[in-house]
Design a protein around this ligand. Structure first.
Ligand code: 5GP
Ligand code: ZN
Length: 140
């Protein structure tokens, strides 16, 4: 997909309206158009990256460094007492817009949103093998 076809690139370029709450040199945050809760924001890099693992570490780091500030502002604006930070990476993980974005979803007691995944258990040999394959695959 070229940047010209990307909805979030077009928001960053100001070609499509969005309720922007924050912008700096590397990222922008705006309200999600179909929020899971009032105040649900998305943080996107200004450059087009389809997948989080393709992002240069400095840009990813600069973008993620804004989350505490944004989460605090979202909480105080919405009266929420917590928030979920969610990044769906890849179609299989639920990513629908193929421009990296981080969800900040404010939470309140009894909001009914829920959040429960089902933990699995691994035998020691599998866990050891996974640990070393992941550790060996790190390339900065
Ligand atoms: P994903 O499933 O890819 O993690 O989430 C994509 C999110 O982008 C959804 O929550 C959806 O509501 C939001 N979204 C999609 N199109 C637009 C848009 O044009 N404007 C805004 N503000 N949010 C959008
Ligand atoms: Zn894009």
């Amino acid at each position: 997909m070229s940047a010209g076809d990307c909805i979030f690139c077009r928001i960053v370029a100001g070609e499509i309206p969005a309720r922007k709450v924050f912008e700096d040199a590397v990222c922008m945050a705006f309200l999600d158009v179909a929020p899971l809760a009032p105040g649900h924001c998305l943080v996107v890099p200004k450059g087009h990256f389809g997948s989080f693992d393709q992002m240069p570490a400095d840009i990813a780091g600069a973008m993620l460094s804004r989350l505490p500030m944004l989460g605090k502002a979202v909480q105080s604006a919405t009266g929420s007492t917590g928030f979920n930070v969610l990044l769906n990476n890849g179609k299989v993980a639920g990513q629908e817009v193929m421009h990296v974005h981080v969800h900040v979803i404010p939470r309140k007691e009894g909001d009914g949103l829920g959040y429960r995944w089902h933990p699995q258990s691994l035998d020691d040999a599998t866990a050891d093998s996974l640990r070393s394959r992941i550790a060996d695959g790190l390339d900065g």
